[in-house]
Design a protein around this ligand. Structure first.
Ligand code: MN
Length: 733
């Protein structure tokens, strides 16, 4: 395969440039770039043994054939000086200007993305990243042309590298060329990749084409002559020629559409180029009058251009001998767009000033009519949709793509910070973050990242963990959840410390007053003190002591005050005529003072958990059902109630509770709710979520499993913090 054309010299390049650039200032700029690149790359060789400058002259030459502006040609010549000669952006700005330096910098950045090393990303993401990183269409052009020339000279690379580069070209570069409508480059990139990736098949397809070539050429030439004569008779100026499919497209049709080679090549193709748009329809009329058109094959891409701005008339006709021809009719201008795509749209015009914003707005405008059109007809194929998405979303808004120092690409929502980046790398990295270096500069950790930023996270070996302030600026819910999880855990641990401290303070105080610890701790007497102070249990009690929301003095006063009522309680238990420590134990961990062997179970309606205030209800034949004291099913009950208590010795640590959650509906609401449940280490037995009739709120019910009442409180408190949540409640059936 002829992969290398003639060597481009400075003279050849300048000759091509002068076909459309004549302003001395512009020519000087290009000559200066040639001299600069020659000097900086002096002594460097390509794998082929040629001087490196040859690559740069070739790239610039291809760019000139695409009729790009002088700055872009200069950038093409300079595109490797940062990477290979260690020239900084600043130096380049001084030597040339900021515009050229920025293009070169972006080209260099894209070159450093490791597309094929990153398995988690698919080809489509690579293309998005590529385009989003480039931002400027000129960067994409330089990079595409650079790759094209590298593909043309790939024979000098080792085989493994040939395959790797070809795969990347097929996955990333060729589709981008296609999207931009540059079919010349796309076809060549595909055929070159095809050659290196599937050499046997490549030769096979090439052989098949060759075998049929003479016969086909014959048929096509006869048809061309017939049509050309007819058009001349009608005084229509035109060019007409046959065209052949490129090898990779034939191969692709044979493999993906399961077609035989014959079926693909049976379609003979002719293209007619005319001057004006009206001529296209005129020509179509004459052709349909003379030959039989195949119904349903007429496509008017002039009235309705393709998404990559392609315009042409397509029809398929049957010639007299029965041969089938596909005929494409278009103007010179349309043809140039078909071959060179978006590049053809801003053919450099001398005297005009290039404005990146203006160009991009123009593409947007050119594409937006298509959007309107597709919205009207609802007739959008996937390809078109994807095209719109890539160009409009990723170039103009959407995500930011940043890189680790090793070139790993991380995509993050717009507005993300180094903290979001750190948590995406690893949770532990996030927790240990103490600073961030973006593009070599130390920045605040709430800095908003931009596409193309190289982000390095500074961590510490003894992390104190995330700060609550981080929640104010992190953008990803991933980072948010990890930070919240950490803080909750920390809070819990801190609380345990406080409880321990409060407990020893309390016991110390008892000793001071010569009170018996054993008699008081865990007693009814103390429990009634809890009630007086409105604390639910021992832990809360000790915690309150520790943080001094309860004073020991006040507690001791109450302890002595309640002595009397305590006696009453003891007397009550004596009514059962049995010592209170003798208790009935069931698997539910409930004790009923003075009652032996009674069947006890937890009520299903209000699903009490260990630590809830409870009461027993004596059923007919099913023993005692334990309800929460506020359960509506027993609240009006006066008889059949019996005092019950939780038995800490037999606490099961597994209580199923139903929760009812009311929230403003949003994306990922359910995910966030479930995440919280699992972060609080609660079990999840069932979950169900429905959007309410108002279409704004959603109701979620969950069956979760908790250890005790405190645990349940923790879960509920955290569910209430979830963005959008209006209320969380326990369900009583
Ligand atoms: Mn290069």
């Amino acid at each position: 395969m002829a992969t290398q054309g003639k060597q481009i010299t400075v003279d050849i390049l300048m000759e091509t440039v002068k076909e459309y650039i004549s302003h001395p200032q512009n020519l000087e700029l290009i000559e200066k770039a040639i001299a600069y690149a020659t000097e900086k790359h002096a002594g460097q060789m390509r794998k082929s043994g040629e001087p490196y400058i040859n690559h740069l002259l070739s790239v610039a030459h291809i760019l000139a054939t695409l009729r790009v502006g002088p700055s872009t040609i200069a950038a093409g010549l300079l595109h490797d000086v940062c990477e290979d000669c260690g020239i900084s952006k600043e130096e380049l700005t001084k030597a040339f200007d900021a515009e050229i330096a920025t293009i070169v910098e972006s080209v260099t950045k894209i070159g450093n993305i490791k597309f094929t090393d990153e398995k988690e990303y698919m080809a489509v993401n690579h293309r998005k990243i590529f385009i989003a990183m480039a931002k400027d269409i000129r960067v994409i052009l330089v990079k595409l042309v650079d790759r094209l020339h590298n593909m043309r000279t790939l024979q000098y690379q080792p085989e493994e590298k040939q395959r790797k580069i070809s795969a990347e070209t097929l996955d990333v570069y060729a589709p981008i060329a296609h999207r931009l409508g540059i079919s010349e480059i796309k076809n060549e990139l595909e055929d070159l990749s095809f050659y290196y990736l599937h050499r046997e098949q490549y030769y096979e397809v090439a052989r098949l084409v060759e075998v049929r070539k003479a016969e086909r050429d014959n048929q096509v030439n006869r048809m061309i002559q017939e049509i050309s004569e007819m058009l001349s008779e009608h005084n229509i100026t035109h060019r007409i020629f046959g065209r052949s499919k490129h090898l990779y497209s034939i191969y692709k049709k044979m493999t993906t559409k399961q077609k035989r080679f014959d079926e693909i090549l049976d379609l003979l193709a002719i293209r007619i180029i005319c001057e004006e748009e009206v001529n296209c329809y005129e020509i179509l009329g004459y052709i349909h009058a003379k030959y039989r058109p195949i119904p349903g094959r007429l496509k008017d891409y002039i009235a309705m251009p393709k998404m990559n701005m392609y315009q042409s008339l397509h029809t398929t006709i049957v010639a007299d001998e029965g041969n089938i021809f596909e005929v494409q009719i278009r103007t010179e201008n349309m043809d140039s767009i078909a071959e060179r795509g978006i590049a053809a749209h801003w053919h450099y015009k001398e005297g005009g000033k290039y404005s990146q914003e203006k160009e991009q707005r123009e593409i947007e405008n050119k594409l937006s009519w298509f959007k309107d059109f597709s919205a009207l007809t609802g007739d959008v194929n996937d390809d078109a949709q994807e095209y719109m998405e890539v160009l409009q979303k990723d170039i103009f808004e959407a995500n930011v793509y940043v890189m680790s120092p090793k070139g790993r690409v991380i995509d993050l929502p717009n507005g993300s910070t180094p903290i979001d980046f750190a948590y995406r790398i690893h949770t532990e990295v996030g927790h240990a973050t103490i600073g961030a270096i973006v593009n070599g500069v130390l920045v605040p950790i709430n800095t908003k990242l931009k596409t193309g930023d190289v982000v390095m996270i500074r961590t510490t070996k003894q992390p104190s963990g995330p700060s609550e302030d981080w929640l104010k600026f992190v953008k990803t819910s991933h980072a948010r959840n990890k930070i919240k999880g950490f803080l909750q855990k920390k809070e819990l641990e801190d609380r345990q410390d406080f409880i321990k401290k409060g407990q020893s303070m309390f016991i110390e105080e008892l000793k001071k007053r010569n009170l018996d610890e054993k008699e008081i701790v865990g007693s009814k007497r103390l429990e009634s003190v809890f009630k007086e102070f409105n604390v639910k249990n021992e832990d809360d009690f000790y915690y309150a002591i520790s943080v001094k929301s309860l004073t020991l003095h006040a507690i001791m006063e109450k302890l002595t005050d309640t002595r009397k009522s305590l006696l009453d309680t003891i007397n009550l238990s004596k009514l059962f005529n049995k010592p209170p420590q003798k208790k009935t134990i069931s698997k539910s961990g409930i004790r009923i003072a003075g009652v032996e062997t009674m069947m006890v179970s937890l009520a299903g309606c209000c699903t009490p958990v260990y630590g809830d205030e409870i009461i027993g209800y004596i059923t007919k034949g099913q023993g005692v059902k334990v309800h929460r004291k506020d359960c509506p099913n027993i609240i009006n009950e006066t008889k059949r109630l019996i005092h019950v208590e939780w038995d800490s010795e037999f606490e099961t640590g597994k209580y199923e509770v139903q929760l009812f959650i009311m929230a403003n509906d949003r994306n990922f609401l359910l995910t966030d709710l479930v995440t919280i449940v699992s972060q609080c280490k609660a079990g999840l037995n069932a979950v169900n979520s429905t959007v309410n009739d108002d279409k704004v709120t959603a109701t979620t019910t969950m069956k979760i499993v908790v250890e005790d009442f405190d645990h349940l409180k923790l879960v509920i408190a955290n569910l209430r913090k979830v963005n959008g949540v209006i209320d969380v409640d326990r369900v009583t059936l």
